[in-house]
Design a protein. Structure first.
Length: 666
């Protein structure tokens, strides 16, 4: 056999006969490495230790210390081990597919009886038996007729269908975990005992249509999570428990913020408390944008398809649009709306984004280079079709509002505007409690428009802008839009979850398509660059993030109900109402609770609703003109003169940008 040349991470090279396995390569380096090896990577492709090598290239031998490949293998092997356990417990169950997902895996089964929580415990116990048996994992490549015949004989029609869908030139790899066999691309570990027996857990069962088709059989999907150690699993489960406590849907009910219903899927019914958060946050962003040089505009909700065709969205994005058809010939109250005249029917769409409409505002009137940069901002209400299965509270909706903005500028203004936006975004994030964030820099994709020189210039401008702000970034090669590079901004919340919120994108394409121009210093007409930018992104989603970040205990200035004044005895009612009036006059969102209930009951109820401050008022407080103050999450109370308590709350309830402005004015 001809030799193949392998290059190792340290730069050294060795020649091996073609057909040598990675396991044999590891043994040739050091027997100790061979014992620790779990897989390999050849030219960036994750491969099994048992696979014969046929090509030269760069090779890496992976061990359990290599997190990414180790976790992939552990989770993939557990998917197979779980499927084996299920079929050993219930031999009539048919298996389908079981991929690795974030934090774990799932496997879909065809079983008449539903899996129960008790079944999951039984499956876990059987899986641990299989792991502790340390049975070997082996692999073979079969031809198509042999594989189909095998699964037909085994009564596994789903596997037969999968084989028939695999391209004819792709090898069919079979894996055995002990005596149990499955069709799989691999790679896998070398024996079942390499899987940590105490670092996985089966989490739940859900329904899933075969191949995602609602016309196909409904299967049962079992989800599991797995890590390299018991401590990592424990930390993950603790995080899930904390996330459940912080779930914005649960807190939304407790705080009476919003609700969703079937008649308006993926759209939010805001209650007074939730809308108070929404408008308070919107007012804050509006003030920040005004101070940042943005001019606020508002554009239509429904726009004729002609604009979407001109912008390119009709061809590429129509499947996400809600279409509105109107027969313009109807002018009477009794016209039949269902009987549309094709000749006079106008096809519109609810806008899924604001960008083309902003260009229309820009295009009104001749623009000079002296007008640039021109910064437009809009709290743009958008509607996008999201599959019902993807909807998630107010985090993933069909109707939402963006703090959208577009900057029209010249090419040499891109770097300055990018740096300016990063600082603008950083200031808002810090004031909202997110002191740090991550920037991901997505560069040119394979399919793109524009010249290489233009891409070089713009990518360099963004990189220089980031450096100018003193921040770092993570490079994501090839993930930019087809028209330009972009920056995405990621927040990490209190329990370690990462959220992509802000974005900054460079776009020379849309101004070209929609004929945007400005007159340059040379008197000729030029195309501006369009910079798409959002800071919070969707208001709905960001409010969900804030609620979960603070576990409902929002900062005083954002809390919908800032103070509840509760009476201890009915003789205090007049003082309670007087106190509420004084608080409201000072700009505090205050409510009275003079119900004929015990004070402890009132405190528990308002604490569950996450009211930051409760004033308890009894006869002593009436006589002394004081209030007893109980803060959310604190057991100790304090008594203070009413005037002092109000003054302190006014300071605490001032939005951060206004508080900073007040300090600067002193």
């Amino acid at each position: 056999m001809a030799d193949i040349s392998l290059t190792f991470p340290d730069g050294s090279q060795r020649d091996y006969p073609a057909g040598t396995t990675p396991a044999e390569v590891a043994e040739s380096i050091a027997p100790s490495l061979a014992k620790k090896a779990i897989s390999a990577a050849l030219n960036g492709q994750h491969i099994d230790l048992q696979w014969p090598l046929q090509t030269s290239g760069e090779i890496t031998i992976n061990t359990m210390k290599d997190d990414a490949p180790a976790l992939e293998l552990i989770r993939h092997d557990l998917a197979h081990i779980m499927a084996r356990a299920v079929q050993e417990l219930w031999p009539d169950v048919q298996v389908t597919i079981g991929p690795v997902i974030e934090h774990g895996w799932y496997y879909d089964f065809d079983r008449e009886e539903p899996f129960t929580p008790e079944d999951l415990g039984e499956i876990e116990a059987k899986m641990k038996q299989i792991i502790n048996a340390r049975e070997p994992v082996r692999t073979e490549v079969w031809d198509r007729p042999r594989a189909i015949a095998h699964y037909e004989a085994a009564g596994e029609p789903y596997k037969v269908e999968l084989i028939e869908a695999i391209p004819g030139d792709e090898p069919l790899r079979m894996y055995w975990h002990g005596d149990w066999q499955d069709l799989c691309r691999g790679p896998h570990l070398q024996h079942t005992g390499q899987v940590p027996a105490d670092a996985f857990k089966l989490m739940s069962v859900a329904g899933a249509y075969w191949r995602g088709d609602s016309k196909r059989p409904m299967l049962q999907r079992i989800y599991g999570v797995a890590f390299k150690s018991r401590d990592e699993l424990k930390a993950h489960l603790t995080m899930l428990e904390e996330a459940a406590k912080r779930d914005h849907r649960k807190l939304g009910r407790e705080m009476d913020l919003f609700h969703m219903q079937e008649e308006a899927p993926g759209q939010v019914f805001w209650h007074p408390n939730g809308w108070t958060i929404y408008t308070t946050l919107q007012d804050y962003v509006r003030r920040k944008q005004r101070a940042g040089g943005y001019r606020e505009i508002n554009t239509p909700q429904i726009v004729d398809r002609k604009l979407w065709e001109a912008s390119g969205h009709w061809a590429k994005y129509q499947h996400h649009m809600f279409i509105v058809e109107v027969d313009e010939s109807r002018d009477g109250e009794n016209d039949d709306a269902a009987a549309k005249d094709k000749e006079t029917t106008r096809i519109n769409a609810l806008k899924p984004m604001n960008c083309p409409c902003h260009v229309q505002v820009y295009n009104q009137g001749l623009k000079s280079y002296r007008d640039l940069p021109l910064r437009f901002a809009e709290f743009g209400s958008c509607t996008r079709y999201e599959p019902s299965g993807a909807l998630h509270g107010i985090m993933r909706v069909r109707g939402f509002t963006q703090d959208d903005g577009h900057i029209f500028c010249t090419e040499d203004q891109i770097e300055t505007e990018c740096a300016r936006f990063i600082e603008f975004l950083a200031g808002i994030y810090e004031e909202l409690g997110f002191a740090t964030f991550e920037i991901k820099f997505a560069t040119r994709p394979e399919k793109r428009v524009g010249t290489e020189e233009s891409w070089d210039y713009v990518e360099t401008a963004l990189e220089q802008a980031i450096r100018k702000t003193g921040r770092t970034y993570t490079l994501e090669p090839g993930d930019g839009a087809f028209y330009g590079p972009k920056l995405d901004f990621y927040l990490t919340d209190a329990i370690g979850r990462v959220w992509q919120c802000g974005t900054f994108q460079v776009d020379p394409n849309l101004p070209e398509r929609l004929d945007a121009e400005y007159v340059g210093p040379d008197g000729a007409k030029h195309r501006p660059f369009m910079l798409h930018r959002a800071t919070l992104g969707s208001f709905e989603r960001f409010i969900g993030i804030l609620v979960e970040e603070h576990a409902g205990k929002l900062p005083m200035w954002l809390a919908p109900r800032q103070v509840v004044v509760a009476s201890i005895v009915s003789d205090c009612d007049a003082y309670v109402l007087e106190t509420v009036e004084k608080l409201r006059a000072a700009g505090i969102r205050a409510e009275a609770d003079i119900r004929n209930e015990k004070i402890n009951y009132k405190v528990r109820e308002h604490s569950l609703a996450k009211v930051p401050v409760i004033f308890a008022v009894g006869m002593r407080e009436v006589e002394e003109q004081t209030v007893t103050i109980r803060r959310l999450g604190e057991k100790q109370t304090q008594t203070a003169p009413l005037s002092d308590a109000i003054a302190a709350l006014v300071t605490e309830a001032t939005p951060p940008d206004l508080a900073e402005r007040a300090i600067a004015a002193e």
